[in-house]
Design a protein around this ligand. Structure first.
Ligand code: CIZ
Ligand code: SF4
Length: 328
């Protein structure tokens, strides 16, 4: 490790103690940021940690919606997001009441099925069209969208959440890939939104074919934010926490990993005897990589950037998160 790096780490650890803070890092963060964190996990594991741990300050190394969830569940703690511009483009693809700009459709999805809502709609439009149909919001949504939703879900529990709801239909926002994958695994009608993660969306069937040819003995694991035709070719489909569990317990020794490459750090650290290949080397989320050790240090020094969800949004958003957390 360079002395510059270790000096940054030392300064961070000192301020962390002084401020009675904890550092949470998402599985997609840079390796050195993961290494300085008290806990590394998916957005929900980290928010749960934020709610239960005894501290005054949380420095959330992730993207904005994750810091919002921590603030929703722990309103009395100061939540800092080191990089104000660490946003999730997918979370920004749905708005409560003002439509987002119409974007160009991506290849292969020129003719979406009719149940997928186009971008010029808003969440309120879709709710008005399907009165009484419950809205399931993926955790990758902004706090105000969660506040307008009935329940949240993660990529790990989406099917269980859908099955827990009354009626035979659900509105599932904002990721069309996760929604279509959930639709495959439930008898309920899933009304999907036209959002997507541009990091997972870029994986193609050709990429999977190539990875299988290059690593014939490897197990292919894909995140449900990938396109449905990619998921159909994978051996296992699961969230980041699910991937960590699966690769730890699987008897296989070689894996191809279809998610943001930040996860490779934990996979390799926790499974030194196993081999991991990225499904695509460019599965890199620029927003997740904005946070560096220097920005973590600045967050502590300058108390930036405070993420605080106002009560009129926090209370209904917490209701949606609590409903999910109440499902065993
Ligand atoms: O919920 C999360 O943390 C995300 C964005 C991915 C995952 O599967 O863990
Ligand atoms: Fe959003 Fe995708 Fe980046 Fe996750 S990896 S923060 S879903 S853009």
């Amino acid at each position: 490790m360079s002395s510059e790096l270790s000096s940054l780490q030392e300064q961070i650890l000192k301020l962390k103690e002084e401020k009675r803070a904890i550092i949470l890092a998402h599985n997609y963060q840079r390796n050195e940021v993961q290494d300085i964190a008290d806990f590394v996990g998916d957005s929900l594991e980290l928010s749960r940690k934020a709610a239960t741990i005894d501290c005054e300050m949380i420095v959330f190394c992730g993207v904005h919606f994750m810091a919002e969830s921590a603030s929703i569940l722990s309103p009395d703690k100061t939540v800092l997001l080191p990089e104000a511009e660490a946003l999730c483009p997918m979370a920004d693809m749905i708005q409560v009441d003002s439509p987002r700009p119409v974007r160009t459709r991506f290849p292969g999805f020129e003719n979406p099925p009719p149940y997928i809502f186009p971008p010029e709609f808003t969440l309120r439009d879709i709710k008005a069209k399907y009165p009484g149909v419950p809205v399931v919001a993926y955790v990758n949504t902004t706090a105000d969208v969660k506040a307008e939703s009935d329940i949240c879900c993660t990529s790990a529990n989406v099917v269980t959440v859908i099955e827990s709801l009354p009626g035979d239909s659900v509105i599932c926002i904002p990721d069309k890939n996760l929604s279509m994958w959930a639709a495959r695994n439930t008898k309920k009608k899933v009304i999907a939104w036209d959002g997507y993660c541009n990091v997972h969306e870029r994986v193609t069937v050709e990429d999977v074919k190539k990875a299988k040819a290059e690593h014939p003995g490897a197990v292919v694991v894909a995140h449900p934010e990938c396109r449905i035709e990619v998921l159909d070719m994978a051996d296992h489909v699961t969230s980041t926490s699910g991937m960590l569990r699966f690769c730890r317990t699987s008897p296989a020794a070689e894996f191809v990993i279809g998610t943001e490459i930040g996860l490779m750090h934990r996979l390799r650290k926790e499974n030194p005897g196993k081999v991991f290949h990225a499904l695509r080397k460019d599965m890199i989320c620029p927003n997740m990589k904005k946070t560096t050790l220097a920005s973590v240090l600045r967050a502590f020094r300058e108390n930036v950037h405070v993420v605080k969800v106002p009560d009129h949004i926090r209370v209904p958003a917490k209701r949606a998160l609590d409903r999910m957390l109440a499902i065993p």
